[in-house]
Design a protein around this ligand. Structure first.
Ligand code: ZN
Length: 195
């Protein structure tokens, strides 16, 4: 799996309406070192409602096609605080859309998990983060929701929210390890372009 988080587990909420699942059009994903991945995304307001309801299904389609388990709007060049994710197995999809997600609590306990990213295709590394987080967000109807997660869900939520602040999983690694990954990514992308 391209998003590289290992085995999926349950606990996700916030279902998309069924039509979203039939969305076919996918969007191009930005790769590191695209500067747009480093910008802080802006909060979504009332005026953005229609645009966000149109964009979210396309982001989900893009994520599933990649395939990945999470995608943040900056990864498709939209500087908006919008995240889609689905950590469930393909046979049992449970898409989530998070508008303006915010971490409101996190555990002192940490957990280490291998992460990857659709913006750094083929690159993986162990990242240590708080083991559990609690989030506040809006769903696509504008209703306030909260979600609490551990394991894969917790790591994925934190990884995606980081994208909204221009933070990438490689930022948690030593400079040596980070540079190794970035060099390998540049090489891989170059050889893909040639090939
Ligand atoms: Zn990512």
């Amino acid at each position: 799996m391209a998003c590289g988080f290992g085995v999926a587990r349950g606990g996700a909420r916030g279902y998309m309406p069924a039509p979203a699942m039939t969305e076919n059009s996918t969007l191009p994903i930005l790769f590191v070192p695209d500067k747009r991945l480093r910008l802080k995304a802006r909060p979504i307001g009332h005026a953005d409602g229609d645009m966000v309801r149109a964009l979210a299904p396309k982001m989900l389609a893009t994520m599933y096609a990649a395939p990945g388990i999470g995608l943040a709007a900056p990864q498709i060049g939209e500087g908006l605080r919008l995240v889609v994710l689905d950590i469930q197995p393909k046979e049992k999809p449970d898409p989530m859309v998070l508008v303006n997600p915010e971490i409101i609590a996190e555990s002192h306990e940490v957990a280490t998990r291998e992460e990857g990213c659709l913006s750094l295709p083929g690159q993986y590394a162990d990242v240590t983060r708080p083991a559990r987080v609690k989030l506040r967000y809006l769903d696509l109807t504008g209703a306030k929701r909260e979600i609490e997660g551990d394991g894969l869900l917790s790591a994925c939520l934190q990884h995606e929210i980081d994208h909204l602040d221009g933070v990438l999983f490689v930022d948690y690694l030593s400079a040596l390890k980070r540079n190794m990954i970035l060099r390998k990514l540049a090489k891989d992308l170059k050889s893909q372009q040639r090939g």
